[in-house]
Design a protein around this ligand. Structure first.
Ligand SMILES: [Ca+2]
Ligand SMILES: [Ca+2]
Length: 466
């Protein structure tokens, strides 16, 4: 009997080893967790969170009361910091911006996007009713859907990982997802990963695949978001047992792309500006000539390129002979155009009194104007006297304009369009080299990007008085 039992145990052990080998076959077999190197893959972009402060060339920390899913938190950079190699997103019970809770959200929007690849995020999630830690992705266009949820955990079910793809055209949405029930994920660190190529998207927890979606595969660049929502439609509100503060800790975020013989990747980063690349490809054939333009934000000027290329030239021309990571560096420009004083002239509508037009020009990035939820909507500003208008900066909340015009007028009656687009990207949009002379300037929204109104944290005008 004893012998039999031993034999049986051995058999079970062999089967288990065999099963784990099969399971690992579908993941990346040879992983070195300390360096993140995988054979056959190139580490295109990563953050190990080893610094003292959040790397702003990679991440933007949200500072807003986002209006979606009836969430109850105010996202503040105060709840985002680095500690001993970890990114910490704290959720607290305290009031800020008319919300009862605060929490942390970071995203790579306008800083890093990628199309196809493998994302790995090692994290320890918070737990408790009303908490919703998430690692997810949205398209660079700012449109929704699509959305790829790499990991979502409901704080009252910390042993279940939700993985979901959302697609369709709003309001006709579709989704496919999977729930993986494991151990209590709030007790220690686990690796959540997503692999995306032109044929499918796959989801992994600790190297094991749990979902594959091929009904829908996006063919456009996405950015990454890490956060903990508090309250809202899905998790429900925190209750008396929910403990605060709570911490969502992230050890690393790594994005890999497949090594292709004779092809090379380019990853460009910039803070206080952006870089245009021509041609813009996901991967470059050997010896392909490319041109990079560093475009500073208003108030900054280009200084140098660093990383794999060190040069003061702008634009920069180079030939792709290897993978390249390049950083564009910008410095404050003492000769920059000054911001013009302004007051509200007229506005088409406001969603509420505490979202009125004056909040779009109060130099406060925590207050905003939001219009009624219809098209068109507009906001007119009076500069007090005729000015030379060089540039405007639109600082959008989540609800931005897909199509809009910038118009000027001398009398606030006859308006002339000096800029128009049907491909607004939201976030911070700067429109330069306007060179218009006028006393009044307006943003005229034609098409909203979201179901909400037009929502601006700030509408700034730069130039000089004439
Ligand atoms: Ca780390
Ligand atoms: Ca404001």
């Amino acid at each position: 009997m004893n012998h039999m039992r031993t034999n049986k145990t051995l058999k079970i052990k062999i089967i288990l080893i065999f099963l784990s080998l099969i399971a690992c076959n579908s993941c990346l077999a040879q992983t070195d967790i300390s360096t993140g190197s995988h054979e056959g893959w190139y580490l295109l972009w990563h953050d190990e969170f080893e610094g003292k402060v959040l790397d702003e060339s990679k991440w933007r920390a949200e500072d807003a009361a986002l209006t979606k899913n009836n969430e109850m938190q105010y996202y503040t950079p105060e709840d985002v910091w680095l500690d001993n190699g970890f990114l910490v997103l704290r959720s607290e019970k305290r009031s800020m911006g008319k919300r009862m809770y605060t929490s942390g959200l970071v995203e790579t929007r306008n800083k890093f996007v990628f199309q196809y690849g493998r994302v790995e995020i090692r994290a320890q999630v918070p737990q408790g009713k009303g908490l919703l830690p998430a690692h997810w992705m949205l398209p660079a266009t700012g449109l929704w859907p699509p959305e790829i949820d790499i990991m979502e955990v409901l704080g009252h079910q910390p042993n279940v990982v939700h993985m979901t793809a959302h697609w369709g055209v709003w309001p006709d949405r579709e989704k496919k997802g999977e729930m993986f029930m494991g151990s209590d994920f709030s007790q220690d660190f686990h690796e959540y990963a997503m692999e995306w190529d032109k044929d499918s998207i796959k989801w992994f927890v600790d190297g094991k695949q749990h979902l594959e979606v091929d009904e829908y595969v996006p063919h456009e660049p996405f950015y990454i978001i890490l956060n903990t929502a508090v309250g809202g439609d899905w998790p429900g509100s925190p209750n008396s047992k929910t403990q605060f503060p709570q911490e969502h800790k992230i050890d690393y975020v790594r994005v890999y792309v497949p090594e292709i013989p004779g092809k090379y990747y380019l990853n460009v980063m910039a803070e206080n500006g952006k870089v245009d690349v021509l041609p813009k490809l996901t991967v470059y054939p050997k010896n392909k000539k490319i041109k990079l333009w560093a475009r500073p934000q208003i108030g900054y000027k280009f200084s140098t390129w660093s990383g794999d290329i060190k040069s003061p030239k702008n634009p920069l021309v180079l030939s792709m002979k290897e993978h390249k990571q390049i950083i564009a560096n910008f410095i404050p420009d003492e000769n920059a155009w000054k911001k013009l004083a302004a007051k509200i002239s007229k506005v088409s509508s406001s969603e509420a009194e505490d979202l009125s037009a004056r909040y779009a020009i109060d130099n406060n990035l925590k207050t905003r104007w939001s219009s009624a939820f219809s098209d068109p909507q507009w906001l007119q500003i009076d500069l007090g006297k005729k000015c030379l208008i060089k540039a405007v900066r639109l600082n959008w909340e989540t609800a931005f304009a897909r199509a809009y015009k910038i118009q000027v007028s001398d009398d606030a009656k006859d308006w002339k369009t000096i800029y128009s687009t049907s491909r607004g990207q939201g976030a911070i949009e700067e429109i330069k080299d306007l060179n218009a002379k006028a006393r009044y300037i307006a943003i005229y929204g034609i098409t909203r990007a979201r179901e909400f109104g037009y929502s601006l944290w700030e509408f700034e005008v730069f130039g000089k008085e004439l």
